[in-house]
Each structure stands twice: as structure tokens, then as C-alpha cells.
Design a protein around this ligand. Structure first.
Ligand code: GAL
Length: 970
């Protein structure tokens, strides 16, 4: 007989699951706070005498519940993606089974009264055995699911002793192989809830919407029977009875909730009712009769200090940030979240795929042998998980799909779960990605499919399944990407191209970027500096490194550039210039990309800038537009000022007209830029070209430049001391450059290292002076190959401007793209303020630059850095016309590009960035390193998906580009 933590059962002694509700007039107490705690390295180290009320726990330690002991100095966190960190021998677990004994003494509040009560556990990883006042209640598995015990008969007014033994590993661990930290403990709240006689045992709110009649139908099932009132609708009906009445429907865009109340003989609970109907029809996923477009993210529950324990502020912050970034959908990867999070989704408006706490991915490494989802002995555990999710969460209008789980392969256990879910809740379609046949699901879902394949699917021309019946069925299903755009480190790239496909093909109903947050755990260096730890940082013998840091927000929930890009790509209003439009200043086309909402909640503002300087701003009248409609709006004559020359741009922004629960009036939802009618070009300064001359020491002077006569290297520009410029092709590989080991290679970073792009040698072949030129001919090449880049630097000077023309001609048979192509140089550390005219304010690369807008930007060099958890290429500003670096006295260096260039400045060279493992490994040196790139290779999503699209690759080819350098304020 196996011990309870190893048997396959979901538990014993536990009450049937029921719908969760946040409030009730029945009393409840939270047991959160400081508990007593004892750690053991194995499940059997201690006997169970600690469960006796009189047990002396004075030598135990304190532990905050909810939480995980692994982040409180007992045991350690461990990260694996798919590998089980123990031998795969289901349902057995290793002897090394970290086990936490918990004790908590609590009193009941005065007047609590007699009668039934339940002890509720919101989430315990992975198996708990529970005693109250010396009586064993039972045990349970299913970490992110609720479990309750009847305890009314055991409670006493004072001095109740709750004892809980939690094991890190159990048979349940085989079902919980999600890609995340293993963090054992009582991580969600524990409460005691009075359940007076006649209180709600369970209730199910059915609130559909008929988009043809505009009516909603409400029916609330409840045991025991009671009444339901909805004052705003004048409804007062018995449970079980239905009422049809004209209502405002619920959608993610207009999340209208009606406050109601459910009253049974023993209890009153508030209801928040949202009317909506979800259907798969005409090959589409529709809500309230309309196709919806999912602009989603996958969200794990994560906090950098507390693991999977999240307070209400962190949950709200996640959702407010999502709403502010135009995100309208969440997949609760890969388990049901804290139920309060779903209440917030109802309130703020997000489509939710609620996913069951189920993943058996590690069996993939065994050829799926022994996979629990295809073994009937596990069926009770699987069904228990399905029930606990559906029963707990069934009353949320935000949930539009149930998901069976993630990455479990295929098997009859999944079919059994699906059958039960369909029976219990026919109102919601089913999702599961792991079975390509879609036999048990209602939507065709994939992860990381490349653009070309998504396009084929969009045309319903995908590769057929071998079973013709299943193939026909699947071809009629709507399609979504439950994961795409792997947001690991710098990136993801290629989002715009996906969005165009979602807009072009009605079958492609959007997707969910992987993922919302980096799971970096906050740690301190010995010097007290904060950094975020990832796999391997806790001495794990098996781990998957920083693959756990792949979110759109950093661990501290600060948006990364990826989130800013995603916001732009998915904006629900498109604002674009119309070529040849009739307006005196140009014409914009405004398109309403919402699924339900008009544009009444938005105001449109224009601004006009010349060379990045504001000349005027105002309101733009946009006619009412229904979803899908667009209109052309003429711009007025631009407010040009006398003598204006150069580049002029319109920016049109759509902002919230009024405060919402997630952002204030004025919050920008969408924007577009268009070039304004051309102004005269600035008159070129009339200077004659300077002639090079020999200076004192071994130098050549050309205009403001002083060069080393032997190497041709620039040393000074007027008084500014410089190193370089010289050709640079290396960048600190991004996670997407490194690629995923299991995807077909070779991956770009490996190729770049193989060729030796990180150790290029520069040979000077000639330093030649002409009447008004200094020409430096070089060959830039790595050892051990005949690949090379012939590079000629041609210098001229006019007035205070030093011009560098770079000509690069490849030699040899280059196997793939370059990381970057440009020059690098270094200036003194004091030039710490950057200003530029071009793309900004954030970073942007060829396939991640939708959010970069043309403007004049200024920030300290330190603020140009993006602190990816694992340091890597970051911080480039695209399409820069000119950039200046100045010190506190305003003196410094100006760089102009022809054509536009990508501008990077940082306090460490690329070699140090490449070597760093954590942000704290980077320390500012005595120089600022500048990377002025003619081009960079795109970013792509290769860390877990498709690489860089052909149009964003930096192929090796002859290139010519020019920079102008001048000194400022000398
Ligand atoms: C998917 C998986 C996620 C995560 C992601 C890569 O295969 O469903 O949980 O591992 O890949 O980060």
C-alpha cells in the first residue's frame, strides 16, 4: 500500500467542490498570518505527534501563511521547464521529499455560534494532510485548486489547533509539471467559513444574451432553493426560474455587470451578473453574435518575493497594466488562478481561458510512456481537477473557454474530463492545445506556429489530419494561438506580422503572448544589490536557466519594451496616413478595430512637430464609427512657423475621454504618425573641405579631427577624446538569438560564435591621405576562416563637421546573417546625457519597432538600458537622424546619420554585456560605449518559436553608410 501522498487518489475526507464567492453574510475568518513551522527533508522524518493540540512547538520557527517555505530559508526553489526533477516512476516520489509541518492556533470571533463550518484551503502545493484539534480531517492533492473540510463539529470558541503536513512531492506532482518554479507550501489563503443551515451549498448563474433581441435570460440554480433579485433590472425571481429582459450585455470592452443578490434560508450572497453568450458557429468563436479577436497574454501567478502568493494589489496591478496596454484576454496558464483574480477580470473586462491545473509534459521525454492522462487509474484524479475548476469558477462571465490543461499529450483521461465539462457546462466551448486532432475541443489551438503556417490555417488550407472526419471537423473550427510571441529577454519580434494575419483571416482569432511576467526571484548580492535569480541560482542539479524569465513585464511588474510594442501592435483603433489624401496638411484614416465598442469613449488629438519641436496641437473631429468601420479625416493646414525647415510630422492620438476603472481620462489608447507636407531642406553650410595635415606627434589632423597616423584611428574631435569608431558586427546574443535547444538549428548565436563574430580582428592595410580625404583601408575578419569584411573608412571635414563614409564589402561565403553592422566608439563617462531625433522613446529593432515614434527624445545614458533579467543586447533606438551626448556643462558630441541609424549608448562594452549573467554583473566603466548601427538583425521569437522573418534578417552584403561628427559647446 502506498502512502497517501503517493497514491493516485485526489484525496480523502474533502467536501465536494462548489462555486466560489467573495462575500456573504455568513461569517468567515482568515487564518493568514504567522504560523509555527518545522521543516523536514523527507516525508517520514517526523511522526504525527505534532497534530496533538498539546504538542510543544516552542522550538519550531515562524512562517508566514500563505507563502512558500522555499523562499523563507527552508529548502530551496527549483526551476525546470519540462523535466521532472525526480526519477519518473509514477506515482512514486523520491525519499528526498521536503515536508513542512505547520501548526496554527486560532480563536473564533465572539458570537460565532454553533453549527456547520468549513475549513477552506485555496491552494497548497502539492499535498496536504490536515488535522483540527487532534482529529484527522483527510488529505488532498491538486495544488491550485480549492479544498474544503467540514469542521463545524470540531470547532471551539478558543484555542483551535490546526495542524497541516505539506509534502513537496506527491503523486499530484506528476500532474503538475508546468514550466515554473517548484514552490511547495500553503500558498493561498486558509479560511474558516460558517455554513449556517440553509446556506448556499452551490449555485450556478446562467446569464445568456440574445444579440438579435437585445435580451438577456437569467436563471440561477441553487441548492437549497432561494430567491434572486437584481434591482437595476427590477428582477425578483425564484432560483431555478428564468427571466428574459432587455439588458446591456457583458463584453471585455464593455464589461457591464448587474449587481444582484441570492438569498437562501440561511445566507445572502451578492451576485455580479454579466450577460453574454459564447458560441462556436460559422467556423468562428463568437460572443453575443460577433467574432472576437483575442489580444491576449498567458499569465502565471508570480511574485518576485512571495512566489505564487499574490495579494489583491498585485492581481489588480496585473489587470490594470493589461488593460492599459490594450490586452483583452488572459489564459490562466496553466492552472486556475486565485478566484479573486477572476472577479477582477469580470469587473475590468477580459476574456478568460480558465485552464485546469494539469500538465504532464515530462512524460514527453519518455516517449509519453506511462502518461497519466492515458491511464484509467488516474482518471479519478483528473476528473477531480476538472470538477474543482469548473465548479469553483463557473459563475464568471469573463470565462469564455475552459481549458483541459497544458501539454499532456493525448489520452482518454482528457476525453473523460472533456465529456464531464460538456455535460456540466454546455455554455462554454473547450480548449486544449495538446491534441492536434481537436477530438475533444471546440477550437483549433496551437502554440508558436510560424506566420506562414498561421496564414495557411487562416485560409483553412492546413495540412490534413490522417482521419478525414476529424480533419473536416477541425477545418471548420476557429483558430487561436494559445501561445505565441515568446517574450523571453529582448523581444518578441514579428508581432505586427501576426496581427495582420489575425485581421486578414477571420478564422484566426488572435492569441496569447507567452507570457505575462518574468519569474525572476528577488535576491541580493553580498553587497546588498538587488537582482533577479533564475534556474540554477539555487544550486539545482537539473534546471532550465533563464527560460523562466520570458514575460512582457519584469519580475517587479515594470513593463518591458515588449509590452509597449504589443500595446501598439494590438491597438483597437488604427490611425494611419493616407497617401494622396485631400487635406491641406494630409489625411488620416481612422479604423475602429473594436469588436463591440464604438469610439465614443475616445477623443482624438493631433500635434504637429518640426524637427521634433512642437508647433501646435488640437482636437480632431472623428465621426462615429461602428466596429470594423473606418473614415478618412482631413488635417488642417500645418501650423508652420517662419523659417521652419526640415522634417515635419503629424501625430494623432486616441485617448480616453473619461476616467475608467483602469486608467484616467487622457490615457493614450492608440496613435499614428504621418509625415506632414515637406518643408524646405535646411541650407547646407558653405564650407570648403579641409585638407589633412601632419600634426605634432604621429598624428594627422583633418578639420576638427585628430587621427593616429599609424592606424588611422580617430583620437580627438576638437577637445573630445574618442576611441574608435571602428566596425562592429557583434551583439550580446539575445535569448531569441540563442534559440531553443529543441528547435531545429543552427541558431543564430551559435552560428555567430562558430564563425567568430565575437572575436573579429582588424587589420589596417593602408592609411592614405588625399587632397581633402583621409582613407583607412582595413580587413575585418575572425581567425580560422577566410570570411572577411573589407572595410574602408573615408574621412572628410567641412567646417566643424567630420564626415565618415564607411564602405563594407564582404569576402568569402558567409553562411548566415550578421548580428549588427555599424561602428562602435567610446567617449568619456561624463557625457552621460543622450538626446536624439528619431525613433523612441523606448528601444526598437527591425521587427520590434512598431511602438517607436519619431520625435526628439532625451534621457540619461543609464535610462537607455533595458534591464533584461539575463543581460543581453538592448537599448537600441531605431531610425535616428541625429544624436547628441553631452555632459553637465552642455559640451559634448553630435552624430548625424545618413541614412538613419540605430543608436545605442551604454557604460560597458559589448564584451561585458555578453559575459554578464545577471544585471548586477554589469558595472559602469570610465567610458560610454556607442554603437552606431547601419542595421541590426531582427529579434524574432526563436527562444521558443519561429526565428526572424526574411524581411528582418541582416544578410551579409556590400553596405555604404555615413556619419557626421561634430563637437558641441567647445
Ligand atoms: C510552452 C509551454 C509553456 C512554456 C512555454 C515556453 O510549450 O506551454 O508553459 O513552457 O512553452 O516558455
Amino acid at each position: 500500500m502506498l502512502p497517501y501522498y503517493e497514491d493516485r487518489s485526489p484525496g480523502s475526507g474533502v467536501l465536494p467542490p462548489r462555486a466560489w464567492f467573495a462575500a456573504s453574510d455568513a461569517r468567515r475568518i482568515s487564518l493568514h498570518g504567522t504560523w509555527r513551522f518545522r521543516f523536514a527533508a523527507t516525508a517520514t522524518e517526523h511522526d504525527d505527534s505534532f497534530t496533538r493540540p498539546d504538542f510543544d512547538d516552542s522550538r519550531w520557527q515562524n512562517l508566514l501563511v500563505p507563502g512558500t517555505w522555499a523562499l523563507k530559508g527552508h529548502g530551496a526553489p527549483a526551476y525546470t521547464n519540462t523535466a521532472y526533477p525526480f526519477p519518473v516512476d509514477p506515482p512514486r516520489v523520491p525519499d528526498e521529499n521536503p515536508t513542512g509541518d505547520h501548526r496554527h492556533v486560532f480563536d473564533l470571533p465572539d458570537g460565532w455560534g454553533e453549527g456547520p463550518a468549513v475549513l477552506h484551503f485555496g491552494g497548497v502545493e502539492s499535498c496536504a494532510r490536515v488535522w483540527l484539534n487532534g482529529q484527522e480531517l483527510g488529505h488532498f492533492k491538486g495544488s491550485r485548486l480549492p479544498h474544503e473540510f467540514e469542521v463545524g463539529h470540531l470547532l471551539r470558541p478558543r484555542g483551535n489547533v490546526l495542524a497541516v503536513r505539506v509534502h513537496q512531492w506527491s503523486s499530484g506532482s506528476y500532474l503538475e509539471d508546468q514550466d515554473q518554479w517548484w514552490l511547495p507550501g500553503i500558498f493561498r489563503n486558509v479560511t474558516v467559513q460558517r455554513r449556517p443551515r440553509g446556506s448556499v451549498v452551490d449555485h450556478f448563474v446562467h446569464a445568456g444574451f440574445d444579440h438579435v433581441t437585445g435580451e438577456g435570460t437569467l436563471r440561477v440554480e441553487c441548492a437549497p432553493a432561494g430567491r434572486v433579485t437584481v434591482p437595476e433590472l427590477g428582477l425578483d425571481l425564484a432560483t431555478g426560474e428564468s427571466a428574459t429582459i432587455s439588458v446591456r450585455p457583458w463584453s471585455s470592452e464593455e464589461p457591464h455587470l448587474y449587481d444582484g443578490e441570492l438569498v437562501t434560508p440561511g445566507e445572502r450572497i451578492p451576485l455580479r451578473i454579466g450577460f453574454r453568450t459564447v458560441r462556436v458557429e460559422d467556423g468562428l468563436l463568437k460572443v453575443n453574435g460577433r467574432r472576437i479577436l483575442l489580444r491576449g497574454v498567458n499569465r502565471h501567478e508570480f511574485h518576485p518575493r512571495y512566489g505564487r502568493t499574490l495579494g489583491p494589489e498585485a492581481m489588480r496591478r496585473d489587470l490594470v497594466l493589461m488593460k492599459r496596454h490594450n490586452i483583452n484576454a488572459v489564459r490562466t496558464s496553466h492552472y486556475p488562478p486565485h478566484p479573486a483574480f477572476l472577479d477582477l477580470c469580470d469587473e475590468l473586462g477580459l476574456w478568460v481561458i480558465d485552464e485546469c491545473d494539469l500538465e504532464t509534459h515530462g512524460f514527453g521525454q519518455q516517449g509519453w510512456r506511462g502518461n497519466p492522462v492515458d491511464d484509467e487509474r488516474w482518471e479519478p484524479a483528473l476528473l477531480d481537477r476538472a470538477r474543482r475548476m469548473v465548479e469553483r469558477d463557473k459563475n464568471h462571465p469573463s470565462i469564455v473557454l475552459w481549458s483541459l490543461g497544458n501539454e499532456c499529450g493525448t489520452g482518454r483521461g482528457l476525453s473523460a474530463m472533456a465529456a464531464w465539462m460538456r455535460e456540466r457546462d454546455p455554455s462554454r466551448p473547450l480548449h486544449y492545445e495538446g491534441d492536434r486532432s481537436c477530438a475533444d475541443t471546440d477550437v483549433y489551438s496551437r502554440m508558436y506556429a510560424g506566420h506562414a503556417e498561421v496564414e495557411r490555417i487562416g485560409r483553412r488550407e492546413e495540412e490534413p489530419l490522417t482521419d478525414p472526419e476529424l480533419d473536416t471537423r477541425r477545418r471548420q473550427l476557429p483558430f487561436l494561438l494559445c501561445e505565441y510571441g515568446h517574450a523571453m529577454g529582448n523581444g518578441p519580434g514579428g508581432l505586427s506580422e501576426y496581427q495582420r494575419l489575425f485581421e486578414r483571416y477571420e478564422r484566426c482569432q488572435g492569441g496569447f503572448v507567452w507570457e505575462w511576467i518574468d519569474h525572476g526571484l528577488r535576491q541580493l548580492t553580498p553587497d546588498g544589490e538587488v537582482f533577479h535569480a533564475y534556474g540554477g541560482d539555487f544550486g539545482e542539479e537539473l534546471h532550465d536557466g533563464n527560460f523562466v524569465c520570458d514575460g512582457l513585464v519584469f519580475p517587479d511588474r515594470v513593463p518591458s519594451p515588449g509590452l509597449v510594442e504589443f500595446k501598439k501592435v494590438i491597438e483597437p483603433v488604427r490611425i494611419e496616413g493616407v497617401t494622396g489624401g485631400a487635406g491641406p496638411g494630409g489625411t488620416v484614416r481612422i479604423t475602429n478595430l473594436h469588436d463591440f465598442a464604438g469610439l465614443g469613449h475616445l477623443e482624438f488629438r493631433w500635434s504637429y512637430e518640426v524637427a521634433g519641436e512642437g508647433r501646435g496641437c488640437g482636437w480632431l473631429e472623428v465621426p462615429p464609427l461602428a466596429p470594423g468601420e473606418s473614415a478618412e479625416v482631413e488635417l488642417t493646414a500645418p501650423p508652420v512657423e517662419e523659417g521652419d525647415t526640415g522634417e515635419a510630422w503629424w501625430t494623432v492620438r486616441a485617448v480616453l475621454a473619461e476616467d475608467t476603472p483602469w486608467a484616467d481620462a487622457g490615457h493614450e489608447v492608440a496613435w499614428g504618425q504621418l509625415p506632414a507636407p515637406a518643408l524646405p531642406a535646411p541650407a547646407p553650410p558653405e564650407h570648403v573641405r579641409a585638407a589633412p595635415r601632419r600634426g605634432e606627434g604621429n598624428v594627422i589632423v583633418l578639420g576638427p579631427g585628430t587621427f593616429d597616423a599609424g592606424t588611422g584611428a580617430l583620437r580627438y574631435l576638437d577637445g573630445v577624446q574618442l576611441t574608435g569608431p571602428r566596425l562592429e558586427v557583434w551583439r550580446a546574443p539575445t535569448d531569441n538569438d540563442e534559440g531553443a535547444a529543441w528547435l531545429p538549428g543552427p541558431h543564430p548565436a551559435a552560428e555567430w560564435r562558430r564563425i567568430g563574430l565575437h572575436r573579429m580582428r582588424h587589420r589596417v592595410d593602408a592609411v592614405e591621405t588625399g587632397p581633402d580625404t583621409l582613407v583607412v583601408r582595413t580587413r575585418v575578419a575572425p581567425a580560422a576562416t577566410d570570411l572577411a569584411l573589407r572595410t574602408v573608412y573615408r574621412w572628410t571635414a567641412e567646417g566643424g563637421l567630420l564626415r565618415l563614409e564607411v564602405a563594407v564589402d564582404p569576402e568569402g561565403d558567409w553562411p548566415g546573417p550578421l548580428p549588427r553592422l555599424g561602428v562602435r566608439m567610446a567617449v568619456c563617462e561624463s557625457l552621460g546625457l543622450a538626446q536624439w531625433f528619431g525613433g523612441g522613446p523606448g528601444e526598437g529593432y527591425p521587427d520590434t519597432r512598431a511602438a517607436a515614434r519619431v520625435g526628439r527624445w532625451s534621457m540619461p545614458v543609464d535610462a537607455l538600458q533595458t534591464p533584461y533579467v539575463r543581460p543581453q543586447e538592448n537599448g537600441a533606438r531605431p531610425d535616428v537622424r541625429w544624436a547628441e551626448l553631452t555632459g553637465s556643462n552642455g559640451a559634448g558630441l553630435r552624430i548625424e546619420g545618413d541614412p538613419h541609424f540605430s543608436f545605442t549608448a551604454r557604460r560597458w562594452p559589448v564584451e561585458e554585456l555578453t559575459a554578464a549573467r545577471h544585471t548586477t554583473d554589469l558595472t559602469p566603466g570610465d567610458r560610454i560605449w556607442l554603437y552606431l548601427d547601419h542595421a541590426q538583425h531582427g529579434i524574432g521569437s526563436g527562444s521558443c518559436g519561429p526565428g526572424v522573418l526574411p524581411q528582418h534578417r541582416l544578410e551579409v552584403a556590400p553596405a555604404r553608410f555615413t556619419f557626421g561628427f561634430s563637437s558641441l559647446g567647445q
